[in-house]
Design a protein around this ligand. Structure first.
Ligand code: GLU
Length: 474
């Protein structure tokens, strides 16, 4: 074994990639790239219901989307069952583990609330239905390690119970499989969530007893990720699935940028680094696992939106169009969009105005739909607000003007404002009925650019239809 750094991301397949797992993958990836080592994958799929290929595929997809490439073939924990059994047998053989019988729930009080009878340690029991194998934790002393993030951590053996390493049904437990596989994979740094701190003393005891070759790994336990209420992110309360963020129009580079700040920050003191960080350039050089903080990291969805917006604005127009394409393709009006070859050009004309305004790609269709729908979708609240007592007079004056005005957005703007003045109307209020007539909403891309792209004939048709409705309901 060389002293080459080897880290691993070891998720259990759950059918989605949790944000906390995505952050664990990212920090492991960064640590590996920073130290010039290898980033390995191990799928902890010993729960056989979770060993399904489609559940494992979700993990690969998430990592691929984030741009986190892994080295070597992923190790499937379930494929190492025979080795796990051998490891348990060796621990039984050396006396580091023993067979133990379960005790009935009602009898636990007699055994200091333990699920087993400590006297089994000396009973020299053999295998028998219902019996599990437990690790014999030394009665005195401590297990310690120097955590790269938290410093010295020490746990007294008196506080660790004899834990199960092989269940009564014959399956190895997480403790055993996890420690055994890290030894097999030659892992040098275990970088994982702080929820696993209490597992680490057991891991170290096992590794020592297993006498696995190679040095014991270094540990770095990353801080918890919490929500606004300072509670641990949970599936029930929070949107924790990485790929939901993809579907909601977040860019992978923005996710990487934001996830990287959950516990870590560049030493130049910026809390969130907003200039897009490239995974291939400076980022791994800057990242140092030892600089990660031990305090809980707040998952701030507002900040994430802001970071995503910044990344969207940093794209070239062509990239922005490419990234928007899947969202356009799933819009209800996509068939209509495709039916006119000029629509692609119209979209490209409006996109620069959209790029400066949205925070996620999923907002894009709502900003451009008025161009591709037969009639704009009217937001009734916006309509009611815009169609004041002067709406009919104003709309009809606009129709007369627009039929004549030169068709370019700056000139449309000038003519429009001159007309507002002439009619003694407030400029903003004067625009409102026209905006709702054309786009259906009160917010959106700039009005005169929108009009220019939509074309005179269609603008006039929509204004007339609006005027008719206003007069009908007056
Ligand atoms: N499979 C464990 C989990 O998903 C991680 C184990 C580890 O990183 O050591 O929580």
């Amino acid at each position: 074994m060389t002293d080459q750094v080897r880290v691993r991301f070891a998720p259990s397949p759950t059918g989605y990639l949790h944000l906390g797992s995505a952050r664990a993958a990212l920090f492991n990836w960064l640590a590996a790239r920073h130290m010039g080592g290898s980033f390995l994958l191990r799928i902890e799929d010993t729960d056989l219901d979770r060993s399904k290929p489609e559940l494992i595929e979700v993990i690969y997809q998430g990592l691929t989307w984030l741009g986190l490439d892994w080295d070597e073939e992923p190790v499937l924990q379930s494929s190492r069952n025979a080795e796990h059994q051998i490891a348990v047998d060796a621990l039984l053989e050396s006396g580091a583990a023993y067979w133990s019988s379960p005790i009935a729930e009602g009898d636990r009080a007699q055994f200091a609330n333990k699920a087993y009878d400590p006297a089994d340690r000396d009973r020299q029991l053999g295998p028998c239905e219902g019996r599990a194998v437990r690790f014999r934790v030394p009665e005195s002393g401590t297990t310690s390690w120097n955590d790269l993030i938290r410093g010295e951590i020490s746990v007294e053996h008196a506080n660790i119970e004899d834990f199960v390493i092989r269940r009564a049904n014959g399956s190895p437990t997480f403790f055993l499989a996890n420690a055994s596989d890290d030894a097999f994979m030659g892992i040098t740094h275990v970088i994982r969530g702080e929820d696993l701190i209490n597992v680490t003393p057991k891991y170290l005891l096992l590794r020592e007893a297993m006498q696995t070759p190679g040095a014991l790994p270094k540990f770095a336990h990353m801080p918890l990720i919490v929500n606004e209420q300072r509670k641990k992110l949970s599936k029930r309360r929070d949107d924790v699935s990485l790929m939901d963020y993809k579907d909601r129009g977040f860019l992978p580079e923005a996710m990487v940028n934001y996830l990287s700040t959950l516990g870590w920050g560049p030493t130049d003191g910026q809390e969130v680094r907003l200039d897009p960080l490239s995974l291939t350039d400076g980022f791994p050089t800057m990242f140092d696992i030892a600089q990660v903080s031990s305090s809980p990291a707040f998952f701030d969805t507002k900040k994430l939106l802001f970071v995503n917006g910044e990344h969207l604005r940093a794209l070239t127009l062509e990239e922005f169009a490419d990234r928007s394409a899947p969202f356009i393709a799933t819009a209800p009006w996509f068939d209509r969009f495709e039916s006119d070859p000029e629509n692609a050009q119209r979209l490209l004309q409006i996109l620069p105005e959209v790029q400066t305004r949205v925070e996620t790609l999923s907002e894009v269709p709502g900003y451009v739909d008025f161009l591709f729908l037969e009639d704009p979708e009217i937001d009734e609240a916006a309509w009611n607000k815009a169609m004041g007592p002067d709406a009919a007079v104003w709309l009809s004056a606009c129709i007369d003007g627009i039929a004549e005005w030169e068709w370019s957005s700056p000139l449309l703007y000038e003519s429009f404002m001159a007309l507002a003045e002439q009619m003694g109307a407030n400029r903003r209020k004067f625009q409102a009925p026209v905006r709702v007539a054309i786009t259906g909403r009160s917010v959106g891309p700039p009005l005169f650019e929108s009009m220019q792209i939509l074309g005179r004939v269609e603008v006039l048709r929509r204004l007339q239809a609006t005027l008719d409705r206003v007069q009908l309901t007056a």
